[in-house]
Design a protein around this ligand. Structure first.
Ligand SMILES: Nc1nc2c(c(=O)[nH]1)N[C@H]1C(S)=C(S)[C@@H](COP(=O)(O)O)O[C@H]1N2
Ligand SMILES: [Mo]
Length: 269
């Protein structure tokens, strides 16, 4: 049985709302709803029992099992394409937070964990020391265009695992045996936080979520977010932050540049 000690308390009302979400038919594909069960233990264990077991408990147990499976399975992958489907240089859209040049050697990636204090600072070479991955897939912009592009870099999942990020304990995430240790959300922003995105943890940990230093087999250009950008195959393009400068793991749903401007926060495909 997971311990509730490290989890922030949910009020009864919030917990009930989350549990209602879990009963939705769509919850298996809705990562946002999916993470909702994690914090509800305190309420679950104090809820009045029905037939010996608090009624949401069985459902939550099933849910936690599913979460562990889904975070470390390769299910529900976005389609990939042959290298030859990539044409020329990638289309560019959205330049918020990309003013001025950045010296890759001086660039710093700041990493914070809500309630853990302190800050990790990583350099480009730290990120580039991880195993590389390449993905040829479609970037879909909510404005109505899409393009097959190549993204090269390291998987976000490998990145958090290698550096012991995204967890309350500071250990590498173990979604199967210790899903409660994971924060629910990730906030990523440009160095001055002019552009920022909020992600549910399931989408961040998806095997096709990449921290990229190349696009179309060329070093990332300034307009595409040098020296490091994010790409998510499971979201519309506006979640694929260019020029990452800050990453914060938290349990509260993070702000998001386009969600603050009336677009969908989840932005799933
Ligand atoms: N920093 C930053 N990242 C950003 C944006 C932006 O304005 N600023 N626009 C987003 C949008 S709306 C899209 S569609 C993609 C486009 O990525 P591309 O220019 O590499 O094609 O970047 C996303 N990331
Ligand atoms: Mo976009």
């Amino acid at each position: 049985m997971p311990s509730a000690k490290t989890l922030p308390p949910l009020t009864g009302e919030a917990a009930e709302r989350e549990m209602r979400r879990l009963t939705r038919r769509s919850f298996v594909t809705g990562g946002l709803a999916a993470l909702a069960g994690l914090g509800a233990w305190r309420w679950l264990t104090t809820a009045s029992p029905e037939g010996g077991l608090p009624w949401p408990l069985r459902r939550a147990l099933r849910f936690n099992q599913w979460l562990g499976e889904s975070l470390f399975s390769s299910g529900r992958l976005a389609p990939t394409f042959p290298d030859a489907s990539v044409q020329g240089s990638p289309r560019t859209n959205g330049l918020v937070g990309l003013d001025g040049d950045i010296d890759p050697a001086a660039w710093q990636l700041r990493i914070q964990h809500e309630g853990r204090g302190g800050e990790h600072v990583l350099r480009l070479r730290d990120v580039q020391a991880l195993p590389r991955m390449d993905l040829v897939t479609e970037l879909k912009c909510v404005e109505g265009w899409s393009e097959v592009m190549h993204f090269g870099g390291v998987s976000f999942r490998d990145f958090v695992t290698r550096f012991g990020l995204a967890t309350k304990s500071g250990q590498a995430p173990d979604a199967e045996r210790n899903p409660q240790d994971l924060y629910r959300y990730v906030y990523l922003a440009t160095p001055e936080e002019d552009y920022y995105v909020g992600l549910d943890m399931e989408s961040a940990m998806h095997p096709q979520t990449v921290l990229c230093d190349t696009m179309n087999w060329q070093p990332l250009t300034g307009q595409h977010g040098a020296p490091l950008r994010l790409y998510l195959a499971v979201k519309y393009g506006y979640k694929s932050l260019k020029r990452v400068g800050l990453i914060r793991f938290q349990d509260e749903r993070p702000a998001d540049y386009w969600a603050d401007r009336s677009y969908d926060w989840y932005a799933g495909l």
